[in-house]
Write a protein that binds this ligand. Sequence first.
Ligand SMILES: [Zn+2]
Ligand SMILES: [Zn+2]
Ligand SMILES: [Zn+2]
Length: 89
Amino acid sequence: MPSGVCVHIDGISEIKQPRRKVCEECIKIGAHWVHLRTCQQCDATLCCDSSPNQHATKHARATKHPVIASAEVGERWLYCYPDDAFAEY
Ligand SMILES: [Zn+2]
Ligand SMILES: [Zn+2]
Ligand SMILES: [Zn+2]
């Protein structure tokens, strides 16, 4: 695990993987997404900022859950919203 990045990323010992490879909010409204991110606080899998609805960022703002991981195959990184910090693992 990366360390020394920020307190939030340093506190993660195991990466939460997506339960399903869908944006949990987009499927409710029939919207499309580009890439998926998984909240490391609550396991919610939501869409990225390139997606029309940007659910991952909205979720982070609304819940104050700080860290997301990419849910894309082959991408192994974490991002912390409050610190604007990025770390590969
Ligand atoms: Zn942080
Ligand atoms: Zn979405
Ligand atoms: Zn969350």
